[in-house]
Design a protein around this ligand. Structure first.
Ligand SMILES: *Cc1c(COP(=O)(O)O)cnc(C)c1O
Length: 370
């Protein structure tokens, strides 16, 4: 699905030097590399504060903790997402309220959110799934009207750009109250281990986030709130600084792969290509097709027999997972998510795809379908 080895080979000299410098400095925790990465990320994203942390799940949890919500407060998120998004809501004793998604973009559905809002709703967590921003202008309008916080889960859309109604362009994660991301190795900006970050333009929230991620500490050994220990280590920051310089080129490589797949599959009776929205760029964390006719398991087996990996993101809707069992939800409640879970298939997508491999993958999919 990804080719991190070839990607590394192309930047090996830079990366090896960066890692060796950290080891020589022995500043493994909160070293200068972390501060430089933070500043470079703030500049890249055009956001006032970036607070690095240990992973994307922690980023979501810390962001949610910084809002100071009370047990039972409702947080709306998509039923069709990676589990982390809803998990942290439940973990903090808040109430996850799941809603359906748009069938062609896979992103959270605005009308569904509107229906789910109650007097207890405090926040919305849109997930920019597979690399394209959710309807942020619509979400911001809704949040303003109902006085809700927005935490953008940007783990799959790092670097995507959205154009608001006033024509201004913003990086994913910088439009809501806060944005969170993950630097898991296979994400669009990935390190060589775990990493994550939270972003915000709000000075007070930034202070809180810093404090929470460092044991609730305001001054050394003075603890104002219950926090967590969540840090990005210096070696990962040094690697990320190297990769950030290549990120736009990486995004272009992914978009080229997607354009090829689109052209190969557009209009085919048995599949639907992912829809691109005019107001968001798509950084294609995943290239995800819907198989509207035919047997997905057999397609996957056929691809596998030709040495082509394919993945199902995601096979089970959150509301049908044992962990999220709730008398509020039953099969049939979120028909679009349920249909997507039964029909989506993601093809190999990465920054190092050569034209022959790409053609081989597309031809093999078509050979099976025709
Ligand atoms: C990867 C991912 C996360 C979690 O990130 P980790 O760094 O693995 O904790 C959260 N949300 C979404 C949508 C993701 O894809």
């Amino acid at each position: 699905m990804v080719d991190l080895k070839t990607q590394y080979d192309h930047i090996k000299t830079e990366v090896d030097l960066a890692i060796q410098n950290v080891i020589n400095s022995t500043a493994f925790i909160n070293g200068p590399e972390v501060k430089s990465f933070q500043a470079e990320l703030e500049q890249y994203l055009g956001v006032k504060h970036v607070i690095p942390c240990a992973n994307g799940t922690d980023a979501l949890q810390i962001a949610m903790m910084a809002l100071g919500l009370k047990p039972g407060d409702e947080v709306i998120t998509a039923d069709f997402t990676y589990v982390a998004t809803a998990e942290v809501i439940a973990l903090l004793g808040l109430k996850p309220v799941l809603v359906d998604v748009h069938p062609e973009t896979f992103d959270i559905d605005l009308k569904a959110i509107e229906k789910a809002i109650t007097p207890h709703t405090k926040a919305i967590v849109p997930v920019h799934l597979f690399g394209q921003c959710a309807d942020m202008q619509g979400l911001l309008n809704l949040a303003k009207k109902h006085k809700l916080f927005i935490i953008e889960d940007t783990a799959q859309a790092f670097g995507a750009e959205y154009t608001l109604g006033d024509g201004t362009r913003h990086k994913a994660g910088t439009m809501g109250t806060m944005g969170t991301t993950s630097f898991f190795p296979s994400k669009n900006l990935g390190c060589y281990g775990d990493g994550g970050a939270i972003y915000t333009n709000d000075d007070q929230l930034a202070q809180k986030i810093k404090m929470i991620s460092n044991h609730g500490q305001s001054v050394q050994y003075v603890h104002d709130s219950i926090g967590v220990n969540s840090r990005l280590d210096s070696i990962q920051a040094a690697i990320l600084r190297v990769k950030l310089k290549h990120l736009d080129q990486y995004a272009a490589a992914r978009q080229k792969v997607a354009t090829y797949y689109d052209a190969a599959f557009a209009g085919h009776a048995k599949i639907r290509i992912p829809k691109r929205m005019p107001n968001s760029t798509h950084v294609f964390h995943q290239y995800t097709l819907r198989l509207v006719q035919g047997d997905r398991t057999k397609l996957r087996e056929f691809l596998s027999s030709r040495d082509i990996p394919a993945m199902i993101y995601y096979p089970i809707p959150l509301h049908l997972q044992k962990a999220f069992q709730d008398p509020r939800y039953k099969a049939g409640d979120f028909p679009i998510t349920e249909e997507l879970c039964a029909s989506v298939i993601s093809l190999p997508m990465h920054t190092e795809m050569d034209p022959e491999t790409l053609k081989y993958i597309a031809d093999t999919v078509l050979e099976y379908l025709n």
